[in-house]
Design a protein around this ligand. Structure first.
Ligand SMILES: Nc1nc2c(ncn2[C@@H]2O[C@H](COP(=O)(O)OP(=O)(O)O)[C@@H](O)[C@H]2O)c(=O)[nH]1
Ligand SMILES: Nc1ncnc2c1ncn2[C@@H]1O[C@H](COP(=O)(O)OP(=O)(O)O)[C@@H](O)[C@H]1O
Length: 205
């Protein structure tokens, strides 16, 4: 059955839970095809991050200009930096029938939900808060101050996980990845079934 539109999948979760790791694992699988929406940010690149691959790294002036021009589907300020989703890529991808994945924090996810309630909203959780802290510390990319701020943010974000359609535990990367794959496959089946039923019930006799 030909799909009219692709799924818009939003993946959120506290900093350090493993969103990037799980996303990379998902993109390496052959039985699922997703397109990644590269976000724009004003934060400094971390070691090894590449402009146009991990993020579009831009100045605050440029970012504010794009906000004014309505070229972001959503945007948010997170721990002192702007983050946002360029709207054109997302629109073009789903219109062409492909699924697109946005890895964004909760304020942005709630904005997407307002304009795109038919999206699939997934919240990734750690097995515990102490494991979350160990993962952030273990990554070694943040100072103690930033780690503290991100742990505070994590608690606030976890309070909002009820607003998501699915909550997925990232105990092991492979398990989390399989859970997300199962969600995407079942969402496809559900939507195809509804579309088929709708067609059969609305066709003129
Ligand atoms: N609203 C919004 N959040 C984003 C976007 N891109 C990334 N984020 C989120 O911003 C937060 C900080 O990202 P980052 O500085 O890369 O650190 P991370 O938490 O280690 O991934 C994370 O929760 C990301 O998911 C975006 O385009 N919009
Ligand atoms: N399931 C997991 N078990 C143990 N460590 C993990 C797991 N998932 C991710 N990590 C590690 O946790 C750290 C943070 O992961 P990352 O993908 O950068 O998180 P996020 O993108 O959510 O900020 C990384 O060092 C990563 O290797």
């Amino acid at each position: 059955m030909k799909r009219e539109k692709g799924l818009l999948i939003v993946l959120s979760g506290p900093s350090g839970v493993g969103k990037g790791t799980v996303r990379k694992a998902l993109f390496s699988q052959e039985d699922i095809e997703l397109q990644y929406s590269i976000s724009m940010t004003t934060r400094q690149p971390r070691e090894g991050e590449v402009d146009g691959v991990d993020y579009f790294f831009r100045s605050r002036e440029k970012f504010e200009q794009l906000i004014k021009e309505n070229r972001l589907l959503e945007w948010a300020e997170f721990v002192g930096n702007y983050y946002g989703t360029p709207v054109d890529y997302v629109r073009e991808t789903i219109e062409s029938g492909k699924d697109v994945l946005l890895e964004i924090e909760v304020q942005g996810a709630m904005q997407v939900k307002e304009v795109f309630p038919e999206g699939v909203f997934i919240f990734l959780v750690p097995p515990s808060l102490s494991e979350l802290r160990s993962r952030i510390v273990g990554r070694g990319t943040e100072t103690e101050d930033v780690i503290h701020n991100r742990m505070q943010m994590a608690k606030e974000e976890i309070d909002l996980m009820d607003a998501y359609d699915y909550v997925v535990e990232n105990d092991k990367v492979e398990f989390a990845c399989n859970r997300i794959k199962a969600i995407v496959q079942s969402e496809h089946c559900r939507r195809d079934r509804v579309a088929k039923l709708y067609k059969s019930l609305t066709e003129v006799e």
